[in-house]
Design a protein. Structure first.
Length: 729
């Protein structure tokens, strides 16, 4: 019998509502849920591709143990796997201390409440401070800017796109990403609405992206966004286009900042970023004079050599023009569960609380950057990592310091175990891989991302497909390992671990349900009958419910965590970074600049095994301007050798006049050699081969890998590597 069940997608931040079609217990398809008031029927192809992944014959469906070289595994029982992992990890910690254990956290578990709670709980039970993550290739610089300005890495405003009159989008491509650090499935409609009401959307990017094609586009020289933003801010201040009341009431250090910006003229910025001086000046004035305006930047600005400064300047423009906490401005998020408050209480809003023992790079929001993982494993000394959990992660491909260097480090570990769907490029080196269900096979609620919604909403789902094979959730796995090690369970709070020792285990669902029920919209366990709970969401609001049509405003003091409740505009970090920017000189022997590129049919490193997203003719390509190609005799589909100071790669090219001349865009997440046959057959290369390695070559405040604006040169090659250059896409 065929039935339809409402659920929601958990691949990326919009979390679109879906209708799952289930035939005799088997999930056969999904479509956008038109009855969902939040997503209103929108859903991208990835949600359907996830159905393929759920039934993928390459998917791991029982625990395996390595029985030879990397990638060679044999099946084992759960009892065998968990018993051996628990005893070995307990012995390693007994011999070397809790600091000998570390975890590496990927992107997919962010979208599962139980995974987040399990990892934090297990980390606390073990007592190790070492938790690494993809934050160093994603949003750490944005979080550090939040810590500097507002006092917490968990405090990050979102752009009020439904009400603004001027959206300046810098280094973001929401037509493809669907928004990042923003949860809004109707984001395209939100952007279009700005123009419809007479406003403007201006996209600053070295490439004429899918978003830029629909609005105004300014092509910037890669890696120079800080110059543009500093010059805009200097112009706004010099012309007096500031909100003096907001500045005086809510900020500290404005005059010092203004003095430090004096040298950042539009003429000098024009020379650095390749945008005419008058265009920069007019952009700044138009933004400041708009009825409401907001700067929104994302990975393109986060993953530069001046990534934290970019984020500081973006948000400072919003602040000084009076566009903080106002309709159409940059507003702090709101959710029934205040995840920022939860993160503060759980120690997840830290910056520099712990540092890599070898590199000194700081943790951001509880995560150390991936750049520190290799030396922390390989360099002897107290706290050397000897046991590693990779948790829905693939740093061999995703990390700026991945590749062969990380592979060699992984081979030295005393214990490596992984929770994942597949044998990937990283866990092929693991001792054990423990299979987990897809999101269609588990219950969920949007725990960590409630505060990113532009229209705060709430929903929950049961599993729509019974678990396939012999899989367990990350919570079940880590809770059992913690129990066998004598910790009671995978809980952050010691009292919950004590209860677990008595056989009383509080589930992640119960924890999140309690947070919902005691929230401003909760039922308070029956005291507020019209309020919500997890169960009521399923029974009364199976398609979700909109809690607020717009974000509230006027809450600045509530969200500033500094002791005096003042926003820090001229912290020592800001002033030092401005000085570094002003004196920075580029490498002339590398005339071009490489940038990353997000593809509509990719999701980082983990969705290339679905036929819907990876048809037979799809190939990895570097996007190059026709003038740059012609200068070295390179034509469509031919291979180029691309060289940086830290590495090189060979890749076919696609000629595109969407590129700013001098720019090469290389999509990330390719170069597979794991247990996924379609992904392996697609070929491609790891774009991070060009990335600088080591702490001295990372963004200094956040420890982020520099993935955009990489100095390179490009040469024509004879394709001696035998790369398949034919493509149907």
């Amino acid at each position: 019998m065929q039935v339809e069940k409402p659920t929601f997608c958990r691949i990326c931040e919009p979390m679109c509502g879906l209708i799952a079609t289930v035939d005799n217990g088997r999930l056969v398809g999904v479509r956008g849920d038109r009855s969902n008031p939040y997503s209103q029927g929108f859903a991208c192809s990835k949600s359907s591709a996830m159905v393929e992944i759920t039934h993928d014959p390459d998917r791991l469906l029982q625990p395996v143990r390595r029985c030879g070289g990397p990638g060679s595994f044999e099946p084992v029982t759960w009892d065998e796997a968990l018993s051996d992992i628990s005893s070995r990890l307990k012995r390693i910690i007994g011999d070397h201390g809790a600091h000998a254990y570390a975890s590496f956290f990927g992107n997919p578990p962010v979208f599962h409440h139980a995974s987040l709670l399990a990892l934090e709980g297990f980390q606390s039970a073990v007592g190790s401070p070492w938790k690494y993550g993809v934050n160093g290739e994603d949003g750490a610089s944005r979080m550090v800017a939040g810590a500097i300005l507002y006092g917490s890495t968990a405090t990050g405003p979102v752009p009020d796109l439904w009400r603004t009159h001027f959206a300046l989008i810098v280094g973001a491509n929401p037509y493809v990403s669907r928004g990042s650090t923003v949860s809004e499935p109707q984001l395209r409609s939100a952007l279009k609405s700005i123009v419809d009401r007479g406003g403007r959307v201006v996209v600053v990017d070295p490439r004429r992206t899918e978003t830029a094609r629909n609005f105004e586009h300014i092509a910037i020289r890669p890696g120079t966004d800080a110059w543009l933003l500093a010059a805009m801010l200097q112009t706004i201040i010099a012309k007096g286009l500031i909100d003096r009341r907001l500045i005086d009431e809510h900020t500290h250090g404005f005059d010092t900042l203004a003095a430090s910006l004096a040298g950042f003229t539009v003429e000098l910025a024009s020379d650095r970023c390749g945008i005419p001086a008058e265009m920069i000046r007019k952009l700044a004035i138009d933004f400041a004079e708009a009825d409401s305006a907001v700067v929104y930047g994302r990975t393109g600005t986060c993953t530069q050599l001046f990534g934290t400064l970019n984020n500081l300047l973006q948000e400072t423009i919003n602040i000084v023009t009076g566009n903080l906490e106002r309709e159409g401005g940059s507003n702090f998020g709101w959710g029934p569960v205040d995840f920022a408050k939860f993160a503060d209480s759980a120690g997840l809003s830290s910056f520099g609380r712990s540092r890599s023992r070898t590199t000194g790079l700081p943790d951001v929001a509880g995560m150390l950057p991936s750049q520190a993982l290799v030396p922390d494993i390989t360099e002897p000394g107290e706290g050397q990592i000897r046991a590693l959990l990779t948790f829905g992660a693939n740093p061999v491909l995703s990390s700026g310091r991945g590749g062969a260097e990380l592979e060699n480090a992984l081979a030295t570990l005393d214990l490596h175990f992984s929770c994942d769907l597949y044998v990937n490029e990283t866990n092929r080196f693991a001792d054990y891989i423990l299979p987990v269900p897809t999101f269609y096979e588990r219950e969920d609620a949007p725990f960590a991302l409630m505060g990113n919604m532009l229209r705060p909403s709430l929903f929950a789902t049961e599993a729509v497909q019974d678990r396939i094979g012999d899989t367990r959730t990350e919570w079940e796995i880590l809770n059992e390992i913690a129990r066998q090690m004598g910790y009671g369970g995978a809980y952050s709070a010691a009292p919950l671990r004590w209860l677990a020792r008595l056989g009383i285990c509080i589930t992640p669902r119960a924890m999140v349900d309690a947070l919902i029920r005691t929230s401003p919209v909760g039922d308070w366990y029956g005291l507020r009958p019209k309020g919500l709970s997890w169960g009521k969401l399923l029974s009364r609001h199976s398609h979700g419910v909109i809690l607020k049509e717009h974000l509230p405003t006027g809450r600045i003091k509530r969200h500033v965590h500094h002791a005096d409740a003042k926003i820090r505009l001229a912290s020592p970090e800001v002033l030092a970074e401005l000085d570094r920017l002003h004196s920075f000189s580029e490498q002339s022997e590398y005339p071009l600049r490489a940038i990353g590129m997000r593809e509509l049919s990719s999701q980082n490193t983990w969705m290339h095994n679905a036929a819907r997203l990876m048809p037979a003719g799809r190939r990895h390509r570097a996007h190059v301007h026709s003038h740059d190609a012609a200068s070295i005799g390179l034509t469509e589909g031919e291979c180029a050798r691309i060289v940086s100071a830290d590495g090189e790669l060979t890749i076919p090219v696609h000629l595109s006049d969407d590129m700013r001349p001098g720019t090469v865009a290389i999509p990330h997440g390719w170069g597979h050699k794991g247990g996924w046959r379609r992904a392996n057959a697609a070929g491609g290369v790891n774009s991070n081969a060009l990335t600088a390695k080591g702490p001295s070559r990372t963004e200094p405040l956040s420890g982020m890998s520099v993935l955009n604006g990489i100095p390179i040169r490009m040469e024509k090659t004879d394709n001696s590597a035998g790369i398949d250059t034919k493509s149907t896409s």
